[in-house]
Write a new protein. Structure first.
Length: 268
């Protein structure tokens, strides 16, 4: 069966999203955060494909999933069996993968045919936004060895896909410190976590993206909030894929487990 081509002339320009995904348990819970995701999926224009930059696929080099049927990856341990039973059988899209590779001229994006799939940074969010799993989904990997400009540059090149019906979604957390985590979901957040969450909110609101990319470790709050780059770097792709005409809307803000920001927002 021939895959339907993405037609730029008939596609509505898609927004770009940053979604804080938090604990994998959000995938099987009903709470204000998951209700927000469900509402968000209903009010956005329907994408022809979804490209997710997840904190949980780290590679040397940059890869895009290119398989027709990506597997559901349960990349965690110590959680209830109910969570491991979750499947998100969204199709892939080799055609959209080719669009990604064509759009990103530098660095070269490599197609992945069988090594990865959809990790929980993707399906834990999308099963609330698009529970029918009928929209093609791809993932783009993170090369943590590269400097901020590398990731921003890819985001800028991906911007053109928004005019071809592709929803670009960064899935991470602006504050993500598992060493300081409190296992009670409604635990009082740390002062440093609140401080940094408010700082990055202000930088995004002011469109001071350079500070967001380069200055996040200048304070003790930033160092504690971003102890590693994996959950922070998806932000670079989303900010890179925006332009000055995009309206910013914060969809959700909450601290879970004391040290995880669930702040989620969209441009466009």
């Amino acid at each position: 069966m021939m895959e339907k081509k993405l037609n730029a002339s008939s596609a509505e320009r898609m927004p770009v999203l940053f979604i804080g995904h938090g604990s994998p348990m959000n995938a099987i819970e009903t709470n204000p955060y998951t209700k927000m995701l469900n509402t968000l999926g209903k009010k956005l224009p329907t994408p022809k494909a979804i490209l997710v930059i997840s904190a949980h696929w780290m590679t040397r080099g940059t890869f895009v999933t290119e398989m027709q049927n990506p597997k559901t990856i349960h990349d965690f341990y110590g959680f209830p069996q109910e969570l491991f039973n979750v499947q998100y059988p969204a199709p892939g899209s080799p055609e959209t993968a080719r669009l990604v590779k064509d759009a990103v001229q530098e660095p070269k994006v490599i197609g992945d045919h069988n090594q990865w799939g959809l990790d929980h940074g993707t399906w834990a969010v999308l099963r609330h936004m698009y529970p029918e799993a009928g929209i093609p989904v791809l993932q783009l990997s993170l090369d943590l060895s590269q400097p901020p400009d590398y990731h921003v540059k890819i985001g800028r090149q991906l911007m053109r896909l928004r005019d071809q019906g592709v929803l670009i979604l960064g899935s991470g957390n602006l504050v993500h410190n598992l060493r300081q985590i409190k296992w009670e979901a409604n635990a009082k957040p740390f002062d440093w976590a609140v401080e940094f969450d408010e700082w990055i909110k202000q930088k995004i609101s002011d469109r001071d993206f350079s500070a967001a990319f380069n200055d996040f470790h200048q304070t003790r709050a930033g160092q504690l909030s971003v102890p590693s780059l994996d959950h922070y770097l998806p932000l670079h792709y989303i900010l890179g894929a925006t332009d000055s005409k995009d309206e910013l809307k914060f969809e959700y803000e909450e601290m879970q487990n004391g040290s995880i920001s669930m702040r989620s927002f969209r441009f466009g």
